[in-house]
Design a protein around this ligand. Sequence first.
Ligand code: SAM
Ligand code: DTB
Ligand code: SF4
Length: 334
Amino acid sequence: MNAIDRSLSSPAMTGAAIRTDWTRAEIRALFELPFPELIFRAQSIHREAFDPARVQLSTLLSIKTGGCPEDCAYCPQSAHHDTDLKATKLIDRDTVIAAATDARDHGATRFCMGAAWRSPKDRDIAELGAIIADVKALGLETCMTLGMLTGSQARTLKDSGLDYYNHNLDTSPEFYSSIISTRTYQERLDTLEHVRDVGMSVCCGGIVGMGETVDDRVGMIHALATLPRHPESVPINLLVQVKGTPLDGAARVHPIDFVRTIAVSRIVMPRSMVRLSAGREDMTDEMQALCFIAGANSIFSGDRLLTTPNPGDDRDSALLARLGMATDGHAGAR
Ligand code: SAM
Ligand code: DTB
Ligand code: SF4
């Protein structure tokens, strides 16, 4: 019996072990399973820790848009790319409170705020702390994604009440330099370590559809699953192609290959929330249903991600109702 079979042989009795020693060969072998076998294993593991009929909703807000000095090839907010985006300063607290209240009233349990920075300036941290306190006071979990953090910035944000920090590895270590040249993989790992060290929960995932190979998807999931602790949230984004970015026009991923990435993430990180993240505008209902069956149990709700469109409440509530699925906060409310 090989290691994968051993770890999966009697999941219902023992629960899938939490392993941070996955090898690339094991992860590759999961990708190569016959699709029905892969989905069965993913769904079986999913059921050990989660209700298969529930999804958690997080809502995003861009609190500082565009003009970013980083050159991420996928991103409409990079100053290196000629997109139609207007750069803004950090938005005011009242606007954040209004958006967070609306998100909560529509069933979101977590509010995720994103800033197009390489890293926050120390002088921004106090204002961010005030924003965090306001959002928490609404009864929401708080999440921010602000770029790289120092240890002391992570500590101050944590002390202000920040529950989650999102910082993605994005792709495999080998493919990374084809996508981003202004920030290293190691710098990303360092930020994740600072976030962990202060006891914040980690949201860390990546993007599929940037022209990467299956081995790059293996490498990305391997990097995530061999972090000292699995991220509590693993966002798997399907590239949103934006005019003016270098990745506009990249070869589209076959939906089944995307679903495989979700399923493998679920199997190797059995207690993490796997978020079906960006790209749902381009997915059919059937593809999203397959992602849920493969173990995705969180989505971004609302009609906008950071700068690009998202399906919105009407389409999502119709889809979840058709699937007989409920949401975490206000079950069935959306
Ligand atoms: N500036 C911060 C940073 O990158 O660390 C935070 C914001 S950034 C927009 C957060 C994540 O969004 C990126 O790491 C990437 O994974 C994802 N993302 C950005 N543009 C995307 C796109 N066009 N399609 C899919 N995911 C995207
Ligand atoms: C993540 O992994 N996906 C979200 C969130 N973390 C910050 C962002 C998706 C951004 C999609 C492109 C846009 O709307 O600008
Ligand atoms: Fe800047 Fe983040 Fe976009 Fe990269 S992904 S260009 S760091 S906003």
